[in-house]
Design a protein around this ligand. Structure first.
Ligand code: ATP
Length: 195
């Protein structure tokens, strides 16, 4: 079973593209969503986060205080790296356990920092979703109700489209004037032909 990694800048449309693959019957592992869930539920992660960021990193109901955490790590790349070092190994194990249970010609692993984390090396092929920056900023502000400054700060912590495109096997364009479904069908055909 082939492992296909999907990435792209914040607001590029990774989740939107993954929803199409999912409707086509392809299992999708949403690494960022799984990471968020594990931060709320995994005891080892809980302990390490409290040690690194203090008890305030968890809310009284023991879920992560995401606003507090984002406020810290998006301003300090070294703390963001430490956070990833705590969370990623657990996500990785969860992913490989999940793969064992899938029955499909290929599966999709969706992650915002697939290339930055080096996890792309575990994939057979990679796809990056590319949307121009102004459009991404506009979509994320609308989706999350956050300021332009906050979106730009997050963009600064990620690779550029150029860097992602250099490593990706496939590129899906998701600007206003582009249709994603024909691009996805084309990639699906190529993956199945190579598998
Ligand atoms: P993040 O990195 O923040 O998780 P993402 O790359 O997964 O984002 P999506 O959540 O799929 O991006 O898309 C961002 C927003 O833009 C969503 O509200 C989505 O509905 C919208 N969107 C995605 N593609 C398009 C499109 N082609 N036209 C208009 N809106 C779109």
């Amino acid at each position: 079973m082939l492992k296909i990694g999907i990435t792209g800048g914040i607001g590029s449309g990774k989740s939107t593209v993954c929803r199409v693959f999912s409707v086509m019957g392809i299992p999708v592992f949403e690494a960022d969503k799984v990471a968020r869930k594990l931060m709320d539920t995994d005891e080892e992660i809980h302990e390490k986060l409290v040690r690194l960021f203090g008890a305030a990193v968890y809310l009284p109901d023991q879920t992560v205080n995401r606003k507090y955490l984002a406020g810290i790590v998006f301003k300090d790349p070294s703390l963001l790296a430490k956070l990833n070092e705590i969370v990623h190994p657990v996500v990785r194990k969860t992913f490989f356990d999940w793969c064992e249970r899938q029955k499909s010609p290929y599966i999709i692993h969706e992650a915002a920092i697939l290339f930055e984390s080096g996890f792309y090396k575990m994939m057979d092929k990679t796809i990056t979703v590319v949307t121009n920056e102004d459009e991404r900023i506009h979509r994320v502000m609308k989706r999350d109700g956050i300021t332009i400054e906050l979106v730009k700060e997050r963009i600064k912590n990620q690779w550029s489209d150029e860097e992602r495109m250099k490593l990706a096997d496939f590129v899906i364009g998701n600007n206003d004037d582009q249709l994603i479904i024909p691009q996805i069908i084309e990639i699906d055909k190529k993956i199945k032909a190579n598998g």
